[in-house]
Every structure is written in structure tokens, then in C-alpha cells.
Design a protein around this ligand. Structure first.
Ligand code: AVJ
Length: 320
């Protein structure tokens, strides 16, 4: 028993997927929210992505956390580390080690949509950090923030650049909601991938080994499994497109031919024209000034800004 708090059980998940599939796949520009990549298989594929030569964000962020974990612990004196979208919690160990060495750490609260990834992480962290109170929460970080346990001063970590998956308006709403669950003097550690040359960005989302393509198509597998749909993932091509105006990478699944897909669990039949695409993810890239302005607008004061040596990835430490 890992004793996770499940705010989104299997029935809720199916219901939420149904709602998203209905609205996303009946829109003129078809789209699906990226959180549906992350069933057990998708979470494993994402872990594989983080080890690819082209996918630099994980390594760049790890470089920053390895260098600054001690400083983050010293500045925040956090007794609870809350991690949103924690996945495998692999980089989090750097923070846990820093906080433990500083002697302030009492509890770790990882929150993730993937129950499989979360329960594996909780089990591993409990084994490696005896005496630490580990409280896993299965949920969506845009919905289940009010339920976060833990004693102040808390440090909320939102790493990996996952904030880039939100549209600008959703981003502000999310940052405000984090601000509102925190008391004065608590902390947010935010990881943001940075704008850089297009070739590097596109390669990170369209790797030579095709792992990201598999990850992208996994959303169709999830819809098949949960809603009894008959998507043939092989009939969709993977694309990573750099939107220079919005400064985000868009992942797309492009229909190789015209087809109609039945989705009984959503009471839907969806037609695709040849070449029509579904937008499956945006991954926004940031600039230091933009991150600072958004944080300030949402009630945070940025106290530190760090990047890796090659300035590919930014980490902000902000106080409420
Ligand atoms: C886990 C959301 C940070 O946007 O870079 C990786 C997901 N998508 N490759 C990202 C992802 C395609 C990733 N995040």
C-alpha cells in the first residue's frame, strides 16, 4: 500500500477524457490536452525521452538543480517540498538532498496525474529517505491545488518546463491559484525552457529514434483503451512545429489519409480529411523578462534566476 490520495480515480478520468475528446475533436481545429499522454506507457515513454540526445531540457535543468540545491534550501528553509507534475521525481532528489542537508525538511508531497508513475516514485523515495513524511496525491495540478497538505514554509516546485503546456491565459490562472494556496513567505521554484535556435527546439520534439512520435501517438492509444475508439495510430504522422509568433512548439498528429474514427465511449464519430492534424501539445519557450513579468503579475517576487551554462533552461525561485 502506497497510500496515495486519489483526487481523480479511474471513473473520473474516463469522464474527464470523454469531455475533452468531445470538445477537442469536434472543434474546427482539432486538439487534445497533453495530460492524456501520461498513462503508464506514456509516462515510461516520457522517461525515455528525457534520456534522448536531442531532449536537452531535463539535463539542463538537472545541471541547475545540482548546482543550486544547497542555495535553494538555505534561502527557503522549506519544511515541505510540494512537487506538481512530479512524474518519476528523479530530479527532485537533488532538492530533497539539499533540504535534508539543511535540516529543515519534514515532508514531501508529489502530485501527478499518473498513478503508476506516482506510486513508483513514492515507494522509491520512502525507501531512500527514511523518516520523511511522503504524501502522494493523484490529481491534475490545474484543479487539485486546494487540497495540498504540508506545513509552512512550503516550497512548491513545478519543474521540467511543464508550465509551457498551458496557454498564456491558463498559465496566469494557474500561477494565481498557486499563489492563493500559499501563505506569505512561502516559495515557488519554476522551471522554464528558454527560446533558442529553431533547429535545437524542433529536434528536441522530433528525435531521430522516433520516441517522441510514439509518445505523441500514445494519446490515441489511451483514447482507444478508455473510450473503446478505433484509432489506427500508424495512420497519423508525428510533427513538431515551431510557432514563432507565440514562441511555442506545437506537437501535431497528421492524418496520412482521409478516415472516420469511431469513439463509442464519447458517443462520437470523427472524420479526418487527408492531411488534417490534431494539436496534441503546446510547449511554450520563455525569456527571462517574460517569466519575471508573469510571476510578478501573479503575486510572486522573483528572488533568484538561474540557467545552465549554455542558457538553454531557466529556473526561477520566487517568494509570495
Ligand atoms: C513534460 C511537459 C515538460 O513539454 O517538453 C516532451 C513533454 N512533449 N516531448 C515538454 C514533452 C514532447 C514535456 N513536459
Amino acid at each position: 500500500m502506497t497510500g496515495l490520495d486519489v483526487h481523480q480515480g479511474s471513473d473520473d478520468l474516463t469522464e474527464a477524457l470523454k469531455v475533452d475528446v468531445r470538445s477537442g475533436l469536434s472543434a474546427a481545429q482539432k486538439w487534445l490536452p497533453p495530460k492524456w499522454f501520461y498513462d503508464a506507457r506514456g509516462s515510461r515513454l516520457f522517461e525515455d525521452i528525457t534520456a534522448l540526445p536531442e531532449y536537452y531540457p531535463t539535463r539542463a535543468e538537472r545541471e541547475v538543480l545540482a548546482r543550486e540545491a544547497g542555495e535553494i534550501a538555505r534561502v527557503t528553509g522549506a519544511s515541505t517540498l510540494v512537487e506538481l507534475g512530479s512524474g518519476s521525481s528523479e530530479k527532485t532528489r537533488l532538492l530533497l538532498d539539499g533540504l535534508r542537508a539543511a535540516g529543515t525538511l519534514r515532508a514531501f508531497v508529489p502530485l501527478d496525474v499518473s498513478e503508476s508513475a506516482l506510486s513508483a516514485a513514492v515507494t522509491a523515495i520512502r525507501a531512500d529517505y527514511p523518516g520523511l513524511d511522503v504524501h502522494g496525491v493523484v490529481g491534475d495540478f490545474t484543479e487539485h491545488l486546494g487540497l495540498l497538505p504540508g506545513q509552512p514554509p512550503r516550497l512548491v516546485a513545478f519543474l521540467g518546463g511543464t508550465i509551457g503546456n498551458l496557454l498564456p491565459v491558463e498559465r496566469l490562472k494557474f500561477l494565481r491559484s498557486v499563489r492563493h494556496v500559499l501563505a506569505e513567505g512561502e516559495w515557488l521554484l519554476l522551471g522554464t525552457d528558454l527560446v533558442k535556435d529553431v533547429a535545437t527546439l524542433v529536434a528536441a520534439y522530433d528525435d531521430a529514434a522516433g520516441v517522441t512520435a510514439e509518445f505523441n501517438r500514445n494519446v490515441l492509444v489511451v483514447i482507444n483503451e478508455r473510450l473503446g475508439a478505433d484509432f489506427d495510430p500508424a495512420r497519423f504522422g508525428h510533427e513538431a512545429y515551431w510557432d514563432a509568433e507565440h514562441e511555442w512548439i506545437e506537437m501535431r498528429l497528421r492524418a496520412r489519409e482521409a478516415m472516420t474514427v469511431r469513439i463509442p465511449g464519447a458517443g462520437l464519430a470523427v472524420s479526418f480529411a487527408e492531411g488534417e492534424h490534431i494539436r496534441t501539445e503546446i510547449s511554450a519557450k520563455f525569456r527571462q523578462e517574460g517569466v519575471a513579468a508573469e510571476l510578478a503579475e501573479c503575486g510572486f517576487a522573483v528572488e533568484h534566476w538561474w540557467t545552465d551554462a549554455r542558457q538553454r533552461f531557466g529556473v526561477s525561485l520566487a517568494r509570495t
